[in-house]
Design a protein around this ligand. Structure first.
Ligand SMILES: NC(=O)c1ccc[n+]([C@@H]2O[C@H](COP(=O)([O-])OP(=O)(O)OC[C@H]3O[C@@H](n4cnc5c(N)ncnc54)[C@H](OP(=O)(O)O)[C@@H]3O)[C@@H](O)[C@H]2O)c1
Length: 430
């Protein structure tokens, strides 16, 4: 027997219109597959007169949140407004009113997931957020269900399409950061204020959520180390390419003996690495498990229909829980448990480019200064040996962040080193 479920949408922008299209255009398939008949009962927007990507049945649009949050015919609220407030308050109110919530909002989940999941448990309703990480790519449910028996050792990948588009364009077209950013904004791949993307905050929020699910522990957003792509230059990309690497903004969560490390930063990846060919606005996440080995999830990390697909997946899961009486039994608690280790203790390899005084002995000086701080070099190449300066391109062994910082400070004090031009972490080669 087909069961009816009422849905309220908070927002009808990019994602909301994708959700609405899938629910209305593919409703029959959903009914056949899930045995539920999903009906949209109301949609909150700011401006009902604005042009829309979808044609919506008359009377559904409203500017009054009470028509959704206080509507007894609505059991599932879909939050796709974006931003922290009023989205967080509306989610809380929906949960308190006994409604299940599906959201695509990484900011709210990364910052308030703990309280909201606790509230959902108390209220015996669900709070689902598959679309908050990597848009259309199923990640959170596979981690919680298909990989429930797995001891996850690491999750890492490319989770921000804007920065991946920009790095790809810098690599393929040899353009500099500012030119690529302007092009991304013209094409609608970067927002007018691109800070959240290029500074890595968007990726950090997604990583906090992903790591919390993968390791079943609370990973507070302020514990995620985050450095963006603003400082990456065309010279870095060309230098990386010459050595056989590409530069990607990586989000990395790894279990180590003392806890877990969580970090977002640009990294050099060898050209043969599976993530090195993930180009443009695409996302990909690798999951490394003790038994399963390495898996790769790849696809559209954003966009109207892919993100809409992830939200609709949550709606169907929520509807099934509603009718089977399994509501309010979240598999994740985001409970504190495993400590996040401080960045100084994180071990990585480094690529380092110096401009030095071109005189005999300078290689020895640089090697000694690094070694004194515990930084051993894997390779040291000389480029552009000129009258006044030469470039040294260095790759280090694995080293703790604090030792690397010590070497950097020593190099910066050294008179024969004109400048530390660039340093980028090296991943994917251990
Ligand atoms: N875009 C993507 O590809 C993507 C991918 C993954 C996750 N997400 C997440 O999904 C969420 C929505 O993103 P989006 O791109 O769909 O945003 P969007 O295009 O800006 O749409 C936001 C919608 O919410 C409505 N809205 C915003 N604030 C409101 C308020 N205070 N009161 C009433 N209505 C309000 C807007 O109404 P009006 O239309 O009247 O202005 C609009 O319909 C965000 O959390 C985002 O991070 C987006």
């Amino acid at each position: 027997m087909v069961k009816k479920v009422g849905i309220g949408l908070l927002g009808l922008g990019t994602v909301g219109s994708g959700v609405y299209r899938i629910l209305t255009e593919r409703g029959k398939t959903l009914t056949q597959r899930a045995g539920v008949d999903v009906e949209v009962k109301g949609i909150l927007v700011r401006n009902p007169a604005a042009g829309r990507r979808v044609t919506v049945e008359g009377g559904l649009l409203t500017t009054d949140p009470e028509r959704i949050l206080n509507n007894p015919d609505i059991s599932i609220v879909v939050e796709v407004l974006g931003g922290e407030e009023p989205a967080r308050t509306y989610i809380e109110r929906a949960l308190r009113a006994g409604k299940t919530v599906a959201t695509a909002n990484k900011e709210v989940i990364a910052k308030h997931g703990v309280e909201l999941l606790g509230l959902a448990r108390e209220q015996k309703v669900d709070l689902l957020f598959e679309a908050s990480v990597a848009g259309g790519i199923p990640l959170l449910r596979p981690l919680q269900e298909s990989l429930a028996g797995e001891d996850v050792e690491a999750v890492y990948g490319i989770v921000n399409g804007t920065t991946n588009y920009m790095l790809t364009a810098m690599d393929k077209e040899g353009l500099d950061f500012a030119e690529v950013l302007a092009a991304a904004q013209r094409k609608g791949y970067a927002e007018a204020d691109p800070t959240a993307d290029i500074a890595g905050h968007d990726a950090a929020r997604k990583l906090a959520i992903l790591a919390s699910i993968a390791f079943n522990t609370q990973v507070p957003i302020d514990k995620v180390y985050c450095s963006g792509i603003e400082e990456i230059t065309a010279a870095d990309i060309a230098g990386a390419r010459e050595l056989g690497y590409v530069i990607k903004l990586l989000a990395i969560a790894r279990r180590v003996e003392e806890g877990i490390e969580v970090r977002v930063h640009p990294a050099l990846l060898p050209q043969g690495h599976p993530l090195s060919t993930v180009d443009g606005v695409y996302n990909a996440v690798m999951v490394q498990g003790w038994a399963v080995g390495t898996l790769m999830f790849y696809g559209a990390g954003a966009g109207q229909m892919p993100t809409g697909s992830a939200v609709v997946g949550d709606i169907i899961a929520a509807a099934k829980n509603l009718f089977s009486g399994l509501r309010g039994q979240p598999r994740v608690g985001f409970a504190p448990g495993v400590p996040v280790i401080p960045l100084e203790e994180v071990e990585t390899r480094y690529y380092l480019r110096l401009r030095v005084v071109p005189e005999p002995g300078v290689l020895g000086v640089v090697t000694r200064l690094c070694s004194q701080e515990g930084v051993e070099l894997v390779s040291l190449d000389i480029k552009n040996w000129g009258q006044d300066s030469a470039n040294l391109i260095i790759r280090t062994q694995r080293v703790k962040e604090k030792a690397f910082r010590g070497a950097l400070a020593a190099l910066r004090k050294e008179a024969r080193v004109h400048e530390v031009e660039s340093y980028i972490r090296l991943e994917g080669e251990d």
